[in-house]
Design a protein around this ligand. Structure first.
Ligand SMILES: *Cc1c(COP(=O)(O)O)cnc(C)c1O
Length: 395
């Protein structure tokens, strides 16, 4: 008899649990215990899914759409996704290039699994979404973080990219609009980066989950539209969670050249099978009823924009804090470096003393910052930022 069971796998031992979900869970636990917590940690819209989407899903459920569907998605939804890339960006997509997955997160994972082998390197600009390095590790590949700091607006530059490329580099991951910084790349910025990636024959995972959440005169650009060469190497991840407040539905999309989409569908067929069948009919309504969808998104966007401006103004009034005015997603990424405290320590004390939940920049590969989500009510934002100001005064 052995006294101890064998160790868990390398994958199980190497995984870091999502720090954003951890902070959110801690804040929710405090709230459940009766504390008045101001939560800036959430990574999801505080709105409910629009009714017309729910109704379509309920109708599908009633109609018995409760069985397995084709792995890459129901035919109508794949068609609708293909069509909307045409309508939104003039990108010609065939339904066979679309994979509907159980979440935008899973779409990213499929893209990484389809392009990275053990030993390959994937370049991840920091600050980054917490899941990218972990997913790259799960593919047996090596995440290479490249810090793109405040000086470049938290955006990767061609020079930074060029310096990080080695013969082993296979994939570049870009996320515009960005979680956690809200940065939005301009078209020339994207074109310059894509040019470097193409010159080195890299694949590019373009995570565009926040594509509809851009403010002011910022505009989202889909780099797959730049050239035939770009289209042949770019895997576009997106989904329904953020634009349609459907985080709990678990529905993502991946658009890629047909052979890559086929490989992703085959991977998905062995890992998860199709995304929930009746949920896909809700997503179909979100894409087919464009007028209703536009109205729902405009309503959310107006609220997010108002909160973004307010929070940005209030943050910059706090002595020692400075914050860029992000143009997309629903996050601000203020610098707290002047306080000389690690961001983890800062967030722990902020939660304990002032009951304000924020995620430390270190979780996103950028020390000296906080991520504040403004996907919460105006009241919570006003109260929370006042408490943050109090806290900063004591440092
Ligand atoms: C939320 C998010 C996703 C996808 O979320 P799902 O809920 O899995 O659809 C993907 N990328 C980023 C950067 C996100 O913030």
């Amino acid at each position: 008899m052995h006294s101890d069971p064998p160790p868990l796998s390398l994958w199980a031992r190497n995984i870091s649990p999502s720090p954003t979900l951890a902070v959110d869970a801690k804040a929710k636990a405090l709230k459940a215990a009766g504390e008045d917590v101001c939560g800036f940690a959430a990574g999801e819209p505080d709105f409910d899914t629009p009714d017309f989407i729910k109704e379509a899903c309920i109708a599908a459920l009633r109609a018995g759409k409760t069985k397995y569907a084709p792995t890459p998605g129901i035919a109508e939804l794949r068609e609708a996704v293909a069509e909307r890339y045409g309508a939104d960006y003039g990108l010609k997509v065939a339904p066979g290039q679309v994979v509907v997955s159980p979440g935008g997160k899973f779409s990213c994972y499929l893209a990484i699994l389809a392009t990275c082998s053990p030993g390959d390197e994937a370049i991840i600009p920091a600050p980054f979404w917490v899941s990218y390095p972990e997913m790259v590790k799960l593919a047996g590949a090596v995440p290479k973080q490249v810090l793109a700091g405040e000086a470049t607006g938290f955006k990767l530059t061609p020079a930074l990219l060029e310096a990080a490329i080695t013969p082993k580099t296979r994939l570049l991951i870009l996320n515009s609009p960005s979680n956690p910084t809200g940065a939005v790349y301009t078209r020339p910025e994207l074109e310059a980066i894509v040019a470097v990636a193409l010159r080195h024959n890299l694949y590019l995972l373009s995570d565009e989950i926040y594509e509809y959440l851009v403010y002011g005169d910022a505009k989202h650009h889909c780099p797959a539209t730049f050239s035939k060469e770009a289209e042949a190497r770019i895997l576009v991840a997106s989904g329904f969670s953020k634009p349609f407040a459907m985080t709990g539905w678990r529905l993502g999309t991946l658009v890629a050249p047909a052979p890559i989409a086929k490989a992703c569908a085959e991977l998905q067929s062995q890992i998860s099978s199709n995304a929930t069948t009746f949920a896909q009919y809700g997503a179909l309504a979100a894409l087919r009823e464009r007028e209703k969808a536009r109205t729902a998104i405009a309503l959310m966007l107006a609220a997010f924009d108002r909160r973004r401006r307010f929070l940005h103004t209030e943050l910059n009034k706090i002595p020692g804090v400075s914050c860029l005015l992000a143009q997309g997603a629903f996050y601000l990424f203020p610098s707290i470096a002047k306080f000389g405290l690690g961001s983890q320590e800062f967030c722990t004390r902020l939660l304990e003393k002032e009951k304000v939940a924020a995620v430390p920049g270190s979780a996103f590969g950028a020390e000296g910052f906080l991520r504040l989500s403004y996907a919460t009510s105006d009241e919570v934002i006003a109260k929370g930022v006042a408490r943050l100001a109090n806290f900063c005064r004591t440092l």
